[in-house]
Design a protein. Sequence first.
Length: 304
Amino acid sequence: MTPTPQGFATSYDEVRDIRAFTPERIPAMLASRRRRPFVPADGRLMIVAADHPARGALSARGRADAMASRPELLDRLVTALGRPGVDGVLATADILEDLLLLGALEGKVVVSSMNRGGLQGSVFEMDDRLTGYDVRGTVDAGFEAIKMLTRIDPADPATVSTLETCARVVTDANRAGLVAMVEPFLSRRVDGRVVNDLSPEAVIRSVHIAQGLGSSSAYTWMKLPVVEDMARVMEATTLPTLLLGGDPTTRPEETYASWKAALELPSVRGLIVGRALLYPEDGDVAAAVDTAVSLVRPQEVRAA
């Protein structure tokens, strides 16, 4: 890792001091960050996701406060990003800038998270308005992509505002030559709680709605859940697609098997997974990440 002129923080106390006394180091380090193309030569991507906390979603594997400690989360992210074959990270500005100060973003793909305003469990949870990065902020930071959650509730009139916002971001991102990663769900309220419909039919419908957003789809990617009948789901699009992991409820072996099968489908380019890898059942982040990499890049692992 090549140090920037400012030098990287070596402890969380130093991160805190930089934020308090010399915050100007953050834009300076963004400007000098070592970058790489979004899509590597093998056309495969392994990205770690960590934008859940900004939506008030701190649980993992049944533990309500699993992601509450920022130093612990950063430790896990630094471990994950340091594993061979990991291409980058998706997060909000607070996490990305901590990782930047620690030197963990050097040579990595960075995906900014756009809309975290629909706080988990709130009466306005379906209001996925822009509260994180925008296109200009992503471009100014020198990041490679911007991701937007796009939940569609046919019974909620506010959904059209979400679609309009996401369409505008897709248009602006395409004009800037920035990857626009859309994560669509058909959602509804059940006993006051927002539930995503993960039936193949619902996911297919959400794909068709999402891939039509914006005045161009040249730089548009999909971020989709792994559900039953994924072969039929992936027939719905020609757009490059990354598979999300969610908060798994099945055994790791079952989760990995479902990822492996889906990764072999047309248009699927890799994984963008958070809690399943950062908070694995056995606590071994490195091993979980290495397993995921082996699914995304089996030929590379066999060669090694």
